[in-house]
Design a protein around this ligand. Structure first.
Ligand code: TTP
Length: 359
């Protein structure tokens, strides 16, 4: 088996965070989503992994080059423009050859890994297997949805149907054998101008190939939007084994048992309630950090209360008189208090930013 991770794309729904950064590198519980994806493929025993990259290739390569401990062989495959998931498979043909493979969207986070799934597919003679998740019927219209046949196979796939034929949505994990190349080389562009993987899979079904479902019971998050990043962060924080680095300083503070504190972090005169994670060399001073908060590395938080938020690296959050919550703060951002008159909001916001002012 080989692995194929899709890390191209534009990430427009996560603007402004992804204007300048690959969305797959945004951390959930202080680890980039892409690294979590690689770990789950590796933990299933697949170490030969192709990564589809687009404009953000240099940043992705640099981030992964710093993680030799992942212990995988990575092959980068450049996609000149994000022409769709089936296009990504097509350009990966030389890398994948005749091997069966698992394709994983680089911005998806899934509970419990994919080892069972890979074992089942690797030992079957199925041509493809798709991971599905039962969602509420009202949400099914926002996903690719499948219709199952009486023998348990997948009969039909519909992209964002007005009237969904079932509540089984496509999660971003697919398994294929080499017949998928016949499909991706046969289909044309869809109405939105992309080569759709759903069209390629429907092509397989129509030609009589065997496509089976795997219904995922745990949680699954597509981190395409800010609220979903926070939800993924909640779930992962609940699952990680908390630990306090011996190289962290905790001075005159209460840090509860569900908190991870990374190397070089300093927590001074503060309260941290977990699940939460405080990143490398971050300073938390005279502050309260509440549950479901991830503070990445080299951040300074002083004289503030923060809860249920993600703060990215090199940012400063200081002297706020209201609690910061449900927030996603980008890199090197500053959220500060200004004592000078006039008393007014002063902002220097990037495009597509949102600020909520309390009543
Ligand atoms: P999407 O979330 O469908 O697309 P996107 O990343 O362009 O995001 P947005 O809709 O916010 O603009 O992509 C799912 C994953 O697949 C994501 O990790 C990017 C990747 N991808 C590719 O690698 N190549 C492609 O051609 C497309 C469409 C997506």
């Amino acid at each position: 088996m080989k692995g194929l991770i899709l890390s191209g794309g534009k990430g427009t729904r996560l603007y402004p965070l992804t204007y300048t950064r690959a969305k797959q590198l945004i951390p959930v519980a202080n680890k980039p989503v892409l690294v979590r994806v690689i770990e789950s493929i590796r933990d299933a025993g697949v170490t030969d992994i192709g990564i589809i990259v687009g404009d953000t290739a240099p940043e992705i390569k640099e981030a992964l080059a710093k993680r030799p401990e992942l212990g995988v062989n990575l092959t980068y495959i450049h996609q000149p423009s994000p022409d769709g998931l089936a296009h990504a498979v097509r350009i990966a043909q030389d890398f994948l050859g005749d091997d069966r493979f698992v394709m994983f969207l680089g911005d998806n986070v899934l509970q419990g890994g994919i080892s069972d799934l890979i074992r089942q597919f690797a030992s079957s003679d199925w041509n493809s297997q798709l991971v599905l998740k039962a969602v509420g019927m009202e949400r099914a219209s926002s996903y690719g949805v499948v219709e199952l046949a009486d023998d348990g196979r997948i009969r039909r796939l519909v992209e964002k149907p007005k009237i969904p034929p079932s509540n089984l949505a496509l999660v971003g994990i697919y398994m294929f054998d080499a017949h998928i190349f016949e499909a991706v080389n046969s289909i044309g562009r869809s109405a939105r101008g992309e080569y759709e993987i759903t069209d390629a899979i429907q092509w397989l079904i129509d030609k009589g190939y065997h496509v089976f479902p795997h219904i995922h019971e745990g949680w699954w998050i597509d981190t395409g939007e800010p609220e979903e990043m926070l939800t993924a962060n909640d779930f992962v924080l609940m699952e990680i084994e908390p630990s306090i680095s011996p190289e962290a300083d905790i001075i005159n503070s209460q840090v509860d048992a569900r908190v991870t504190v990374e190397r070089g972090a300093r927590i001074i005169d503060s309260v941290v309630r977990g699940p939460a994670i405080i990143g490398e060399n971050t300073v938390i001073e005279q502050s309260y950090i509440g549950p479901f908060t991830s503070v990445y590395y080299d951040v300074v938080v002083r004289n503030c209360e923060i809860e249920h938020s993600i703060i990215l690296e090199n940012s400063r959050v200081m002297d706020l008189d209201v609690r910061l919550q449900d927030s996603l703060i980008g890199r090197s951002a500053s959220v500060l208090r200004d004592h000078r008159k006039p008393r007014a909001l002063k902002m220097n916001l990037g495009d597509h930013s949102t600020v909520w002012i309390p009543d």
